[in-house]
Design a protein around this ligand. Structure first.
Ligand SMILES: [Zn+2]
Length: 467
């Protein structure tokens, strides 16, 4: 039976990186992108090029390094953002510009301060501009699930007419319920002219713990792309977890008869790679990749497992790449076993590096008999750190001790009267002859010394970080 193919759009490097404590430097992003490539995701959203020089460089380097997946760069619906994204994507074998614009009345009124008509014109114009540069254009109506449905249909239809090839329907605030989200996708399929020509995508946040359920409901109603992240990291309560989406389809094909190109045996190592890079641990009972996901504590469970794993196991740890815990690493373990365990923990090494790790491993094993994964990871860190350049080391240092970005109390007080231009004050009215929306320079609302970041946090950060 030919099952519909679901495109896996990974946004760990963009939405995921917005999780508090999950920011990554360029080198780390490239490393994670290579792991995502190994995992077999179809699209890697590598960053938001206009947001910072670091984001720009990360997108540029990932675009140049990875030839198989589509590399997407995020842009607000305005010329400056789209141009910057396109510039960063120049070296990509398969570039995609991802344009977003909020469409809910609450965002239009309080954040963007534009009318529905202006919103419609801005979406149309930005997609048209992106399309003039890049054949592959995705459009996201931010806060779609709280948008008036007839207006949402209108905007999506305009984006398709302007050349969008994927329309993504974000549940930006994690408000939707599965049945409701599925119905929304179905309504769009029924009402929007031209929707059969494009891919419908899901992008669900996890504020009510429903991101995965909502994404799957969307797929059941015809969405063919799912946006998700490793370990479900992302804004606030996070995004839909890639490993849960993939394994739900694999374990329950009777309910979800769809295919993905993800190599599930790399799920665990991808999760580990991310956790190590960000130093944000995976919660122990996280489905699929948590350390307890395959642990059986209760005696009766253990007894059942020993008699037949099917009694309590709906998938094997090996199927998602969890190392076989029966394989104990000790001083008699060979290089091959060591290399395999390193790989399972998300690290692939050249011969020379592996030799170095092996030498240290043997010394350690001699001392402590049984080398646990945590020991091995420390050892790997030592070797990797020894090999990084000074500039990277400096980069790591600055990551560990980032400069304070939020304004101090006295700065806030001083800035309270400052009349900062609101970034949402873009473009002319829709009545004018097709004005190209212009985004404010990021320095107005990012890092400038006088900018009261903390005060503007909610509106400006949401505005910048979009879907
Ligand atoms: Zn998001």
């Amino acid at each position: 039976m030919d099952r519909p193919r679901i495109t896996i759009f990974d946004t760990t490097l963009r939405d995921g990186e917005q999780s508090p404590g999950c920011s990554m430097n360029v080198q780390e992003k490239l490393h994670l992108a290579q792991q995502l490539d190994r995992l077999g995701v179809d699209v890697i959203e590598a960053g938001f090029p206009i947001a910072s020089d670091g984001d720009f460089e990360a997108v540029q380097r990932i675009a140049a390094a990875l030839r198989r997946p589509i590399i997407a760069g995020l842009a607000r619906a305005c010329t400056g953002d789209v141009d910057r994204a396109w510039q960063a994507l120049q070296g990509a074998a398969h570039p995609r510009i991802h344009v977003f614009l909020a469409t809910s009345d609450i965002h239009l009124k309080y954040k963007l301060r534009i009318t529905r008509e202006q919103c419609l014109a801005q979406a149309r114009e930005a997609v048209r501009h992106a399309k003039s540069l890049c054949a592959d254009v995705e459009f996201s109506p931010e806060d779609a699930t709280r948008t008036d449905v007839p207006f949402l249909c209108q905007v999506v239809e305009a984006a398709i007419a302007a050349g969008a090839t994927t329309v993504n329907i974000p549940d930006t605030v994690g408000y939707s319920m599965p049945e409701e989200y599925g119905n929304l996708i179905r309504t769009l399929r029924e009402k929007v002219a031209g929707i059969d020509r494009v891919t419908i995508s899901t992008h669900c946040h996890n504020d009510l713990g429903l991101a995965v359920a909502n994404s799957l409901a969307g797929v059941q109603q015809g969405a063919r792309q799912v946006e998700c992240t490793i370990n479900g990291i992302g804004e606030r309560a996070g995004n839909a977890s890639l490993e849960e989406i993939v394994m739900a389809m694999r374990v329950r094909p009777d309910r979800y008869p769809y295919e993905t190109a993800v190599a599930a045996e790399h799920l665990f190592s991808s999760s580990q790679t991310l956790a190590e890079i960000t130093r944000v641990p995976v919660q122990p009972h996280k489905a699929i990749t948590g350390r307890n996901a395959f642990a059986h504590e209760a005696g009766i469970h253990q007894d059942g497992m020993l008699k037949n794993p099917l009694t309590y196991e709906i998938m094997t740890p090996q199927s998602v790449g969890v190392p076989d815990s029966r394989l104990v690493l000790g001083k008699h373990s060979g290089r091959h076993a060591l290399a395999l365990r390193c790989e399972q923990l998300g690290h692939q090494f050249e011969r020379r590096e592996l030799d170095e790790i092996y030498r240290k491993f043997v010394v350690l094993a001699d001392r402590i008999k049984k080398v646990q994964d945590s020991h091995l990871l420390e050892l790997i860190q030592d070797v990797v750190k020894g090999n990084v350049s000074h500039s990277d080391a400096a980069d790591n240092q600055s990551k560990k001790f980032p400069p304070a970005t939020a304004a101090l109390p006295f700065q806030r007080a001083a800035a309270a009267n400052a009349n900062e231009p609101h970034p949402a004050q873009v473009s002319g009215s829709a009545g004018q002859a097709q004005p190209r929306p212009v985004c404010p320079a990021p320095t107005n609302w990012f890092g400038g010394a006088s900018v009261p970041l903390a005060d503007h946090h909610s509106e400006q950060e949401d505005y910048l970080w979009g879907v």
